[in-house]
Design a protein. Structure first.
Length: 109
């Protein structure tokens, strides 16, 4: 399963950040919960993706004002990130249609 989603990690993260700003652990927990535990991003993958998206201007980070507990780095989507999300979703729909067509086979008698 992890090989299948590798190309969509950016889009999955951007989708979560469309809902609200988040920090790494919280975002990963939301992905795991939404997928019924079938999908969990590895910590290295998550933070590598955060750095790449931030360098590209698709997200920005800031330190949260944590009065209790550890200080957390939050991530927020930018307008460029929103545009990339829309583009990736359109690409996904095209790809899904192609795969669905290719996988439709005739049933054997």
């Amino acid at each position: 399963m992890s090989d299948m989603i590798r190309g969509y990690t950016d889009t999955i993260i951007l989708a979560q950040l469309l809902r609200h700003d988040s920090y790494g652990y919280e975002l990963n927990k939301a992905v795991a919960q939404a997928s019924g535990g079938l999908l969990e991003l590895k910590e290295a993958t998550l933070y590598t993706t955060f750095r790449r998206l931030e360098s590209a201007g698709c997200i920005r980070s800031y330190w949260g004002d944590e009065t209790t507990g550890a200080r957390r780095r939050y991530y927020a989507i930018t307008e460029l990130g929103r545009a990339l999300y829309r583009e990736n979703c359109a690409d996904w729909q095209t790809f899904k249609t192609i795969i669905d067509t290719l996988l439709q086979g005739e049933e054997e008698p």
